[in-house]
Ligand binder design. Sequence first.
Ligand SMILES: [Zn+2]
Length: 400
Amino acid sequence: MDIVKRFLKYVSYETTSDEFSKTKPSTQSQVVLLKELVEELKELGVDAFYKDGYTYGKVKSDCAKNDTLFLMAHVDTSSDASGKDIKARIVHFTGEDIILNDKKKLSIDEFPLMKYHLNHDLIVTDGTTLLGADDKAGVAIIMDVLEKALKKGGYPNITICFSSDEEIGRGTENIDIDYIKETNGKMYAYTLDGGCIQAFQNETFNAKQAKVEIDGVSIHPSMGKNKLINSQEVFMKFHSLLPLNRPENTEGREGFIHLTNTTGITEHSTSIYILRSFESCELERFENSFYHARDEINKLYNKELVNVFIKDQYRNMYDIIKNNHHVVDLVHEVYKELDINLVDVPIRGGTDGALLSYLGLPCPNLGTGGDNFHGVLEYLDIDEMKMMTNIISKMMEHLK
Ligand SMILES: [Zn+2]
């Protein structure tokens, strides 16, 4: 099947994940596509099955290649925009604004990165839903790579995994890591979940989440003097003691603290923060600032009003990848051969690959040609998507 047809087929499945769900996968609609992919893989001759929210598949090398190429993409889409009844359309991008509907357009003035897609064919939405290039472009690329490799021959061992719930941070929950890691040779593992194919992502944030619980003392305001303690007032004092590194004033390699949610009444308030940094020492400094603020406030009120609970979310995968540099070197080598520009770009976020890296599977992230993820302005560069198929096919030639 042609890769564009494939992609359009996959985006016709609504697969929005749900952060409030307790099941795995978080929505049944993802299972429908995951099982369809099992059938497609079997038709190609891949040994494939569905288990616990994942579609897995393996192909044995047809020649003397012992190394294994592992490829992964996620089927779910973000709940930030609707993923239902997607009306995708192909346009040739000449630099003119692309009108999606009366209110929405894609313009190079607003999105300067579109200059990289000049004279390419793009898939866009009708401006009412997201497109789902994140990450069905990754799924389509993997299927296309497999189809071409199995037809042509001369491939290494290939293991693939289509995952669910990446968008809600549960993309490796219950994953069968032992099945994936099984290999006779070296393992070359990649997620296909990036944007522009010239960007190679082998570094992520270190990430923690802080929950701040604050008790107050509720008394009728008319008789509150020297007795009432409003937990929300206490929270504002607490917040003012934290470092000022915030998403809105940091970029590049700078870390931040971000208040994502706060709810409260006089009696009690709860606030959630995310802490992000490429450097573990900066993250530790952020973390300590929460304990320090807690101690200061509790001292001020002479009461244990503030409690801080901090948990790990994911860690910078580069700390693992730097000791397994073959996964990076192979990509650089192939880009050079194909004369395509490549830049290592740290991700100001996390990937499934960050979690996999710490499960013993160093796993950087390749681009798929998509952009403006998670919204109605999302689009996919068909030429780049096809180029990524060629890049991976070339990578396979190198694995021995
Ligand atoms: Zn994604």
